[in-house]
Ligand binder design. Structure first.
Ligand SMILES: [Zn+2]
Length: 381
């Protein structure tokens, strides 16, 4: 828990941020809002605001550490219970969090800390979601896809499309299952996979959906080399063998003949590859936000109370590729603060490297000091 003195000071910074930054929200009068304190991301909900100015006043008066709004629009967003709000539709949202990637680095630094690898891995996953699924498979245009940094260790993707807006949770669950590779029947792509001595027929890169994705990804990764295959969970010895015969294999896959890919336990092998090509969202149903048509999600460009960073809106896919949250999402660039750091790992912020600290007093740039305090690894002095 943060002590009262710390809470008051951090709130002063939050207030300052909202005084100086304009938060614009599309269809604000139809959204439900929820606010958090430093312990809970949503402590109160069912709030509504008629316009951006009223919301700004709320921000300045209350300095909320977390601000969320509904991906849904309602006729009466502050009505209770939920049924009385009169649901009009909802954006399709995807919440990608480094935590769901189960990275090896997380075993070393724990779930509360976020390292460079966590941030770059979840960014790549977000780019793949958009480039390999949302645009080619669902036909959304880049202009319908809004991306923002979550403010801590992930990204939120909002799809603003008229047809999707009215979809219920069942249809959204199907979309989420599709991108997660859930419920794919391997035999549908490889009809002869369980038969010995028969040529293994499989998908071509020109096929739609997962079949085509599997074929084109294999060709792309064979061309990219061994490491690219290892990322799919393929064993080193198998990857070497595949690369050695890649010319033959690529030609085979391009015409739907997968017999050149000589792999034992083919069915399990391709299931594993599909799992690694799929997008990692939270796998528990109650945490999967894509399905939930009443979900509250962080308002873009607001402060995240566990990092002091901004849940920064990212204007294009191109901008996402260059985006560095530990630089581009910094809210408090001016001044320094004195802190007592209990224990922190090495981190980079605003192009500065901060070495690991262990039980020391430090004067740090405001953004770095607040970051450590809000990560609960330092105390304000
Ligand atoms: Zn990490």
């Amino acid at each position: 828990m943060l002590d009262n003195k710390t809470i008051l000071l951090v709130k002063e910074y939050i207030k300052y941020y909202y005084k100086n930054n304009k938060i614009e929200i599309k269809d604000i009068d139809k959204r439900e809002f929820g606010f958090g304190d430093f312990e809970n991301k949503i402590s109160f909900r069912h709030y509504a605001f008629k316009n951006d100015n009223l919301l700004k006043n709320y921000f300045i008066n209350n300095a909320p550490p977390f601000v969320s709004y509904s991906s849904a629009e309602y006729e009466f967003p502050d009505a209770r219970p939920m049924d009385n709000k009169k649901w009009l539709g909802a954006e399709l949202i995807f919440d990608l969090d480094a935590d769901d990637l189960h990275l090896a680095c997380q075993k070393e630094h724990g779930n509360l800390w976020v390292c460079e690898n966590c941030l770059s891995s979840v960014k790549n996953e977000t780019i793949r979601l958009i480039e390999e699924f949302l645009i080619p498979d669902f036909g959304f245009s880049e202009s319908e896809i809004k991306i923002n940094f979550s403010g801590n260790r992930g990204y939120h993707v909002h799809v603003l499309n008229k047809e999707v807006f009215k979809l219920g949770s069942e249809a959204r669950r199907n979309i989420s299952n599709y991108i997660s590779g859930i419920g794919i029947n391997i035999n549908a792509f490889f009809p002869t996979i369980d038969q010995r001595g028969v040529v293994l027929r499989g998908p071509k890169p020109t096929n739609g959906g997962w079949g085509g994705k599997l074929a084109s990804s294999m060709i792309k990764r064979l061309n990219n080399g061994e490491n690219s295959l290892l990322e799919l969970g393929i064993e080193k010895s198998e990857a070497r063998m595949l690369i050695k015969n890649k010319t033959d294999i690529i030609f085979g896959i391009s015409i739907g003949n997968w017999d050149k890919v000589r792999i034992p336990k083919k069915s399990e092998f391709w299931k594993k590859v599909i799992k690694n090509l799929s997008i990692k969202q939270s796998d528990s149903i109650d945490k999967n936000v894509t399905n939930d048509i009443h979900h509250l999600i962080r308002v873009p460009n607001t402060i995240h109370g566990d990092s002091g960073l901004v849940a920064k809106e990212i204007l294009s896919l191109n901008a996402l590729e260059k985006f560095d949250p530990m630089k581009d999402a910094i809210a408090f660039k001016d001044g320094t603060l004195k802190v007592y750091v209990i224990k922190s790992n090495k981190f980079y912020m605003n192009d500065n490297e901060f070495e690991p600290f262990n039980n020391v007093y430090k004067e740090l740039p405001t953004y770095a000091a607040l970051y450590l305090v809000l990560k609960r690894v330092a105390k304000l002095v």
